[in-house]
Design a protein around this ligand. Structure first.
Ligand code: 6PG
Length: 263
């Protein structure tokens, strides 16, 4: 697994780096394979990124007609509910960019978690047309308990090794408990996984996940089989890390995008 850790000075710089990478991956995928299939996360952290992508230069730079949006997880609430990840991404991004409606593949969580999970698996297999669906990018957040998507510590969903999407019931902050989530098989098949983590409240869990003992947190089990894993952190979220930015699997090279490439 090829892993890099990139530390940005603040949330705007974090969102800018994420937008730059999103656009680059989208253009490359659209050029190489004719489309860019990306699974997005909800929560508060990616909002600034979605806003950036909805404005120039990214509104024009991203080949939206060839972008296919999927969700890493969804809460079982109506799409009109502000707690819906579809609602979040719809308002912040979908309504502001020229993406065709047929390219938006939301999780039908209003059907109920189990029904929606099976329907989403069928949708993914139908879209990718083969036994091994591979997203070009999965964008993930990190919860304060080490969850990602809706794969929570101690849950059977985080242990799933076959299915691509499953139903979840989880209590986290004051967010809806009934959810649908992509599983680790779906996430780890991706060409690129990017974690986007911001703020001092996440500094402890970031250090535990990246430098603590393996296996305790679902986020630690995100290890792309053949793809790249990138952690984009702002300085506040990275404050407890012993190392600074790190690129590659063995190198301790330090990479600060603001000062150019040191290699
Ligand atoms: C969700 C997200 C979830 C989120 C983390 C971090 O549905 O809530 O998919 O996995 O990424 O909980 O959330 P914040 O960005 O709000 O800290």
């Amino acid at each position: 697994m090829d892993r890099e850790i990139v530390i940005l000075p603040d949330p705007p710089a974090l969102a800018s780096e994420a937008a730059r990478r999103f656009a680059g991956l989208a253009v490359q995928a659209a050029t190489d394979r004719g489309l860019f299939a990306v699974a997005l996360s909800g929560g508060t952290t990616p909002r600034m990124l979605y806003g950036l992508l909805s404005r120039e230069p990214y509104r024009r730079a991203v080949p939206w007609a060839r972008v296919h949006l999927f969700w890493a997880d969804e809460r079982c609430v109506p799409v009109t509910d502000p707690e819906s990840n579809f609602h979040l991404i719809g308002e912040a991004l979908i309504c502001r960019v020229p993406i065709p409606a047929q390219n938006v593949h939301r999780m039908p969580a209003e059907l109920g978690a189990e029904t929606a999970a099976h329907a989403y698996e069928d949708l993914i297999f139908a879209f990718f047309g083969g036994p091994s669906p591979q997203f070009d990018l999965v964008l993930l957040g990190l919860g304060g308990d080490g969850h990602t998507a809706s794969l929570f510590p101690g849950s059977s969903a985080a242990q799933e090794t076959e299915r691509l999407a499953v139903a979840v019931e989880a209590d986290y902050q004051d967010r809806p408990a009934q959810r649908v989530t992509l599983t680790l098989p779906a996430i780890n098949a991706a060409r690129q996984v990017i974690f986007l983590v911001s703020g001092s409240a996440k500094a402890g869990i970031v250090q535990a996940v990246l430098e603590g003992p393996e296996g305790e947190f679902p986020a630690q089990r995100v290890r792309p089989t053949s793809g790249r894993l990138t952690w984009l952190l702002d300085a506040a979220a990275a404050a407890h890390l012993k190392i600074s930015s790190q690129t590659g699997t063995s190198s301790n090279a330090f990479y600060d995008p603001g000062s150019g490439c040191p290699f």
